[in-house]
Design a protein around this ligand. Structure first.
Ligand code: UFG
Length: 320
């Protein structure tokens, strides 16, 4: 198959590219940043419709994976225009170009952020969608657009609602690197590596067993395999839908720090700080639908293993 991976230079996108090329597929990456060497790359902002038309004219893609989005919740509150422009308007431009080129299969990177502050956990796909910030709202708007694009134009899509993507390629060549980094596990490991003094714990007064927030960490390689299964599902005639991707097990911030201490053998200093605005106390997935409909089976559901892969990469590429 020949696939277009939009955002294939990023954290999850680069793992997807690796998964697809290892399976023998042809891949073209569109990204404003450079992907890993050896991957066909078109430097482009997908808001540029004519450039997309040229690309779709040059290649006959079987499907599109769309990973490109801004992901910082706090920034989305401070600058919503940036988020609606990049996450919604640019995605609309991609969808329009797909229509023009009659490429009818898309897998879209959505987020648990579409649920907002959950009414109960674990969260299944039927849980009300009530995003509490522009980042989450941008994902939910796109999901709704995708439903309408299917009804009106027959564009079939799967939205994958990631919980907390984490870990790194077990081979140690790819890993997580955001600029700036805001995610818990890479920040803990930077502290373990001595690249920062301490990990700040945002809030110890939540209504959870140890008072810190609970999240469902899902290995990035398992996210990649779910995307591949989502394409198989669409190619087999599956209807447009959304799936949660998580392990169904919640770990608190303190438990993640403890796991990192075990994995790294380092002390890892902590610094207590007030709650971070907009953090729900618990996010845990019910991913039963992905398991039953897609046949998804996460390979790395142990937190220690997820942290160990991230640590392996952190140690190999400390300059990232
Ligand atoms: N945390 C800390 N200290 C830090 C960083 C994070 O205590 O330095 C805590 C947060 O308060 C939160 C937990 O660790 O309780 C996880 O935080 P992350 O920033 O790693 O991830 P989020 O849970 O905020 O992830 C959310 C959504 C995702 C979305 C992502 C966007 O759950 O769907 O934001 O980056 F993709």
């Amino acid at each position: 198959m020949k696939y277009l991976v939009v955002g294939g230079a990023g954290y999850i996108g680069s793992h997807m590219v690796r998964h697809l090329t290892k399976a023998g597929h042809q891949v073209v990456v569109v990204d404003t940043a450079r992907p890993r060497p050896g991957i066909a790359w078109v430097a482009m902002d997908i808001v540029d419709g004519p450039a997309l038309d040229r690309l779709f004219g040059e290649h006959r893609f079987d499907a599109v994976f769309h990973f490109a989005s801004f992901i910082q919740v706090g920034e989305s509150v401070a600058d919503p225009g940036k988020y609606y422009q990049n996450n919604v308007a640019a995605t609309l431009s991609l969808l329009q170009a797909m229509r023009r080129a009659q490429v009818n299969h898309l897998v879209f990177s959505s987020s648990a952020a579409v649920y907002g502050d959950p009414l109960s956990v674990p969260i299944d796909e039927a849980h009300p969608k009530a995003p509490i910030n522009p980042y989450g709202r941008s994902k939910w708007i796109v999901e709704q657009m995708l439903g309408e694009f299917d009804q009106a134009y027959g564009l079939k899509s799967v939205s994958l609602r990631y919980f907390n993507a984490a870990g790194a390629d077990p081979g140690g060549q790819l890993g997580e690197c955001h600029e700036p980094e805001t995610h818990l596990i890479p920040l803990i490991l930077q502290a373990a590596a001595g690249r920062r003094e301490a990990i700040t714990v945002y809030g110890r007064d939540y209504d959870t067993p140890d008072g810190t927030c609970i999240r469902d960490y899902v290995h990035v390689s398992d996210l990649a395999s779910a995307h591949a299964q989502a394409i198989d599902y669409l190619r087999a005639g599956g209807t447009s839908t959304a799936f949660n991707l998580g392990n169904g097990q919640g770990f608190s911030v303190q438990q993640v720090i403890d796991a990192a201490r075990t994995v790294t053998g380092r002390t890892i200093a902590t610094l207590d700080a007030p709650r971070r605005a907009g953090d729900p106390p618990r996010l845990v997935a019910d991913a039963g639908k992905a398991r039953s409909v897609l046949g998804w089976q996460p390979a790395f559901s142990s937190l220690e293993q997820i942290v160990a892969h991230a640590w392996n990469w952190e140690c190999k590429y400390p300059w990232h």
